[in-house]
Ligand binder design. Structure first.
Ligand code: CAA
Ligand code: NAI
Length: 246
């Protein structure tokens, strides 16, 4: 039980990587707040975990909306007493080549994937500072490290997540808070299911392991960074991508 007694918030937990992380954390003894935009899906996923005997609640949030995030952090503290771990996992794509990318699609991705990480982290910070302990894990991407055709907005946001992670690792390390990022490669979720088959084929060719990853591959990386095994890990970007970035 690597997260026994810990309270974790996971954003984007109704689906894909976030849900896999919620189950992985719960299995390891954590109490989990599943925070997501999609209420019906999130409630049903939380019920699925409760049916397995895990202690979880669902909170409907929009990470791009500060008020919604402040209310969620307050509710989690009231419901579970504290917050030990934040996983900033919620994310969206609005892909388009630069020439066609609309300002609205640029901004939407920045609002969720970058500003959302800022809102959630700032909202839980007072609780972690008061405890003198905490783990913050944010989700970047191979696209944020290397760029990706059709992803001006997404690559900018995910590169920004790395910049914030390193800044916060420096600001908060002495306060007992570890701040790290995970940079997944291409993982089998609804997000990659929307990618044209031709592009998926090109993606696979980029991966030395020769296949896409599973949500659990990223959940396990979050778990490591959330656990006490990573107490001396701070400011890293952990690449979990089958070897694309090396
Ligand atoms: N490399 C180089 N050139 C490329 C390319 C690539 N990977 N993909 C497309 N192009 C070229 C095309 O050959 C085409 O060239 P010509 O104009 O000379 O014919 C031009 O770019 C336009 O391509 P499309 O016809 O595909 O343009 P479109 O407007 O119909 O679609 C797109 C553009 C929406 C970006 C579409 O190509 C697409 O969805 N691509 C996938 C983008 C992608 O990889 N998204 C990752 C999603 S998963 C994720 O985001 C998770 C994560 O963190 C990695
Ligand atoms: P997904 O689309 O399966 O799940 C994302 C979840 O985030 C959904 O449940 C969605 O409702 C939620 N969400 C979206 N906008 C939200 C908002 N404004 N507020 C609250 N919740 C919101 O996606 P996936 O693949 O599980 O992605 C998880 C994270 O991993 C994202 O940050 C993504 O950018 C990142 N990532 C994914 C990769 C992949 O190949 N699937 C690769 C690299 C990074």
């Amino acid at each position: 039980m690597r997260l026994e007694g810990k309270v974790a918030i996971i954003t984007g937990a109704a689906n894909g990587i976030g849900f896999a992380a919620a189950e992985t954390f719960a299995k390891e003894g954590a109490t989990v707040a599943l925070a997501d935009y999609q209420a019906d899906l999130g409630e049903s996923k939380a019920q699925l975990l409760r049916d397995k005997g895990y202690n979880v609640n669902f909170y409907q949030v929009n990470v791009a909306d500060r008020k919604s995030i402040d209310e969620m952090a307050k509710a989690v503290e009231e419901d579970f007493g504290t917050i030990d771990i934040l996983v900033n996992n919620a994310g969206i794509t609005r892909d388009g080549m630069l020439a066609k990318l609309t300002p609205a699609d640029f901004q939407a991705v920045i609002d969720v994937n970058l500003t959302g990480v800022f809102h959630c982290t700032q909202a839980v910070l007072p609780i972690m500072l008061a405890k003198g302990k905490g783990k913050i894990i944010s989700t970047s991407s191979v696209s944020g490290v290397n760029g990706n055709v059709g992803q001006t907005n997404y690559a900018a946001a995910k590169a920004g997540v790395i910049g914030m992670t390193k800044t916060w690792a420096k600001e908060l390390g002495r306060k007992g808070i570890n701040v790290n990022a995970v940079a997944p490669g291409f993982i089998e979720t609804a997000m990659t299911a929307a990618v044209p088959d031709k592009v998926i084929g090109q993606m696979k060719m980029m991966v030395p392991l020769g296949k896409l990853g599973k949500p659990e591959d990223i959940a396990n990386a979050y778990l490591f960074l959330a656990s006490s095994e990573a107490d001396y890990v701070n400011g890293v970007v952990l690449h979990v991508d089958g070897g694309i970035m090396m």
